[in-house]
Design a protein around this ligand. Structure first.
Ligand SMILES: Cc1cc2nc3c(=O)[nH]c(=O)nc-3n(C[C@H](O)[C@H](O)[C@H](O)COP(=O)(O)OP(=O)(O)OC[C@H]3O[C@@H](n4cnc5c(N)ncnc54)[C@H](O)[C@@H]3O)c2cc1C
Length: 580
């Protein structure tokens, strides 16, 4: 089924729907990405060559290139939703193709001639990789040992990167390397190693990494042994490598929510399908109060991740100077919530959640459960790459003093404007990214105002009470954060506090999305504010309040079932899809 373009945002999101239509119905074995083939390829740990070729022929990579450099990237929500469409069908394809967005982004942040060169590379459809991490050095990029000798006539790269997505198949790689042996924050530079330029014999590979998720991905190590490229391959000024990477991660982190959402869409689709058909002596899960509660809560989790996705990508456009904090909040809470959803739905589906391959699934598509467990494994990766969860919590801890610093909160309408359905952005202003924020996140600071705004006599008591609960928690957290000792190595208490701040931020995101888009949430989710009540109660529950109330979970599940039955994804964002 192909989406029909209606409503606000229909124009902006037209390419997303065109992409969805191009990809076709995944239940159809002849579709560009079919569920059956995707599951079988994963079982064989085989790379999805045909699928990647087709997506490249469509030209998805053009949406990775900013319009200023000749591409189609204006509003980043467009490629984000395209990645979501891909990941819903096959996470491996989405991660393998979307990797070029990450590999290229440092060039957009650096700007200048290297961005022009990168745009030319990406346009060809040749994959671009990002070489940051090294074996045994983990997240601590400042310890990178790969070296780059920057000369007037050439740049020479020596060392190794591991594990790298598309290490072998990439045409080029943006490599973080040590250009000054004296150390310090300006000792690393970025080099674009184009394999067509370097002598092939100087580049070697380590074997494919056999991984629990993303089995078919081209995940491997790469070695540079005197690889020489031209002097014009340095990405940004010499010594600015770490700074450019840290700024780029502020954009890629919210972008990974598209992957999480694709996996979550797939999980909900399988669970809602399975719950609607009788399963032996149990009957239908949809008729069991316990199962209904779990399903309703899973829908709430999915909608929370969607709110984080929207806030993340819109903040990158509207408040880039706050992304040091916002990207960490989104990148911690998004994958954490998706992991929770998969854990809960795995329990709900029982043995069927562990079925691999295309085992017969009764009335469901033969690959339904194989696709579920693939998505469950694949999506675990999101919490690890582009900064693992602990790294993001550490960043939140470092940002707490900025959040505490007194600052005026902009008017509510201004904070909400970027989230409105008719908001449109022409470009990402990478020059406005900052390594630290001045005053943390204005969206988080607006939480008390959101709570007051939602208590308007029209919003349900369930939503308002949960909002008030989260509002009080925020106030308490600010007091606790005041007393936190400043330490270079924060203690576990600080990490715990950061986790709670992230949850409160999640509540703020849901409130903001509700206030900004109340009239444009697609029915049936838009029929009432039950989605908001469920998400807020779920967030409050994770912070220590009572569980989501049965009538709230029930009502949200009913709305989700109606959306699902009408062929739509369970979504707060209208006009981007009808589920194919
Ligand atoms: C599928 C996949 C694809 C990948 N693709 C790429 C790629 O294309 N390019 C690339 O460069 N890398 C890639 N990576 C590497 C990935 O980005 C790294 O694995 C990651 O950044 C390092 O995190 P880590 O959890 O593996 O290791 P570590 O950072 O060593 O973390 C290990 C543990 O140490 C602890 N820890 C770490 N930091 C802190 C801290 N600040 N405070 C407290 N405790 C801490 C945590 O408990 C953490 O879980 C990929 C990884 C995977 C799994």
């Amino acid at each position: 089924m192909t989406a029909v373009a209606t409503g606000v945002g229909a124009g902006t999101l037209a390419p997303v729907r065109a992409f969805d239509a191009f990809l076709g119905d995944p239940a159809d074995d002849d579709a560009v990405i079919s569920t059956s083939r995707s599951v079988l390829l994963d079982e064989r740990s085989a790379f999805p060559d045909d699928e990647i070729t087709a997506v490249t022929a469509f030209g998805l990579q053009r949406w990775y290139i900013p319009a200023a450099h000749g591409g189609a990237l204006t509003d980043a929500l467009v490629p984000l939703l395209m990645i979501r469409h891909l990941a819903r069908r096959d996470f491996t394809v989405a991660a393998a193709h979307g990797k070029t967005f990450l590999g290229a982004i440092c060039a957009w942040v650096a700007d200048g001639s290297i961005a022009t060169r990168m745009a030319g590379l990406v346009e060809t459809g040749g994959p671009v990789s990002w070489g940051l991490t090294e074996r045994g050095r983990g997240s601590d990029l400042s310890r990178s040992a790969t070296t780059a000798q920057l000369g007037a006539d050439a740049v020479r790269v020596d060392g190794g990167k591991w594990p790298i997505n598309n290490a072998v198949r990439c045409r080029a790689m943006t490599v973080l390397a040590r250009s000054d042996e004296r150390g310090g924050p300006r000792s690393l530079s970025l080099v674009l190693v184009d394999k067509d330029e370097a002598e092939p014999a100087t580049i070697g590979y380590e074997p494919k990494v056999a991984s629990h998720g993303l089995r078919g991905a081209n995940l491997a190590g790469i070695r540079f042994e005197g690889s020489v490229v031209g002097p014009d391959t340095v990405v940004g000024p010499e010594g600015h490598g770490l700074e450019i990477v840290l700024k780029s991660l502020q954009l890629t982190r919210p972008f990974t929510t598209g992957l999480s959402m694709g996996a979550v869409d797939r999980a909900l689709q399988t669970a809602l399908d399975a719950a609607a058909v009788p399963d032996g002596a149990h009957g239908r899960l949809l008729d069991s109060p316990t199962a209904r509660r779990s399903l309703g809560v899973a829908v709430a989790d999915a909608l929370l991740v969607e709110c984080l996705m929207l806030v993340g990508v819109r903040s990158a456009h509207a408040v880039p100077a706050e992304m040091a904090l916002v990207s960490a909040l989104v990148k911690f809470l998004g994958p954490d919530t998706a992991d929770l959803l998969f854990r809960d739905l795995t329990r709900l589906l029982g043995a069927r959640a562990l079925v691999v391959g295309t085992e017969t699934s009764g009335a469901l598509h033969p690959s339904a459960f194989g696709a579920f467990q693939k998505a469950a494994r694949d999506s675990r990766v999101v919490g690890i790459f582009d900064g693992n969860s602990v790294v993001n919590l550490n960043m939140i801890v470092n940002e707490l003093p900025n959040q505490l610093r007194p600052a005026p909160t902009p008017p509510l309408a201004e904070v909400l404007a970027p989230l409105r359905a008719d908001a449109h952005f022409d470009a990402l202003d990478t020059t406005a990214l900052r390594l630290v924020t001045r005053h943390g996140s204005r969206l988080l600071r607006s939480l008390p105002a959101f709570v007051d705004a939602v208590d308007d006599g029209r919003t349900s008591r369930a939503a308002v009470d949960a909002a008030r609960w989260i509002g009080r928690e925020y106030t308490a957290l600010l007091v606790e954060a005041e007393t936190l000792p400043r330490q270079s190595q924060p203690d576990p208490l600080a990490f715990h506090l950061a986790e709670r701040f992230a949850l409160v931020f999640g509540g703020a995101c849901a409130l903001a999305v509700h206030l900004a888009r109340a009239d444009s949430v697609p029915g049936p989710l838009g029929d009432s504010d039950v989605w908001l009540a469920a998400v807020l109660q779920r967030v409050a529950n994770r912070l220590g309040a009572d569980p989501v109330q049965a009538p709230v979970a029930d009502a949200l599940l009913d709305a989700a079932v109606r959306a699902h039955a009408a062929g739509s994804a369970v979504t707060l964002l209208g006009s981007w899809t009808a589920r194919s």
